[in-house]
Design a protein around this ligand. Sequence first.
Ligand code: G3I
Length: 404
Amino acid sequence: MGIIIIIVTVIAVVVIGSIVMIFIKKLRKAGLMIFGSLIIIFIVVWDLFFKPKQYEKTYLQNVSEWKGLNIRQYADSIVFYIGAIPGGTEIGDPLFSNNFNSVTPENALKMGPLFKGGSIGEYDFSSADKLVDQALAKNLRVRGHTLVWGKQSDMFKNPDLRKWLETFPKEERTMQLKELTDSHIVTVLNHFRGRIKTWDCVNEPTSFIKKGEIEHNVYSEYLGENYIAEAFILAHSVDSSLKLFLNEQITNYNDKQADSFAELVRNLKNSNVPINGVGIQSHILTKTDTAIIDHQNYIKIFTDMGLEVEITELDIRLRIFDAAKDPYDAQGRYYSRLIEACIANPLCKGVTFWGFSDDKCWIDNYPFPKPNEPYFFDPEMKPKPAFYEVYKTLKYSFESRTRK
Ligand code: G3I
């Protein structure tokens, strides 16, 4: 990320510099040449790397065969969670409940959406309750996402805890945030007691920018880095039957962020903090993202500590497979191999996709070259190779276990 900031800054300086040169008579010719060259470079780079592409939807010939298949039967049989966020569909839709046995509400259980009108103070659980009860009616496991998340306040201002804290005298702010955070954890866990048994207790605690460090956020600033352990200890004291996860997005399993996250978990475990599992989000967005074997080895770091692991927010952008003869097939095979790697580890308990169909994809809000199209179903709800390959993987896993 740091290198991207440097590149963007250099480009901006050169562009602005060439424009300034154009307005200086003596430098006009040079300025026009530099600016013209930049325009040509921009067009070439755009065409090569960023221009949206469309791939032949070869899978359409198989839709009639794949349409009636049901992944969930095999996932249930091998006691493996295969989940998704509702992603704009109804959890009650058979296409969801026949293929998934777990659901993570994308936003409904975050702090901001649980407050009435998004403002701190009074809770409104109505929309979250509707989602959770719909899921339970279909016997789906609900992953609670998430109790404590610094970026949600700092980056998304949802809620803006810093702004709220500034309404208090400086000397009171730490106490106010501690009271709010503890009260939030107790209130939410008591409200969903018996209905949500697995929670992302803390989300994204390590820094993606300053790799190797704990993320500097409103919680670490006012409560110290121990806010993480304290959240787990309090949550466990409210309901010791809960499975409490620490959830993180790791893009490269061999870099300092990956190491710092593993060290954080190890320290929590060694300090007898009641952590039960680790969520590895697995948003695989760029070609440089790590290979399957790195993913598998990273999962093993935590299962060797005796912790459960879930892949909690999986999406793999289609554009990553641009060089493949059939990108849709290549994407499907990659999903299959990744899920095989998880199933192969008895403590890797499940995989959740951070989307259901390609028409509702959070990545489309960011400037990644399209197509993203990371999920099981296309915008017309037609099953893609990603669906069929995962179906085959779970069916094979079920059959190989029943053959023993
Ligand atoms: O609901 C409001 C709407 O009323 C308002 O008009 C609109 C415009 O501001 O905002 C809507 O809320 C948005 C919400 O998504 C629902 O669409 C929030 O602004 C927006 O910040 C929120 O983005 C979510 C993001 O987390 C931040 O909470 C994304 O949908 C969600 O996919 C994303 O998921 C995160 C995981 O929680 C953690 N891991 C990374 C992952 C992707 O960023």
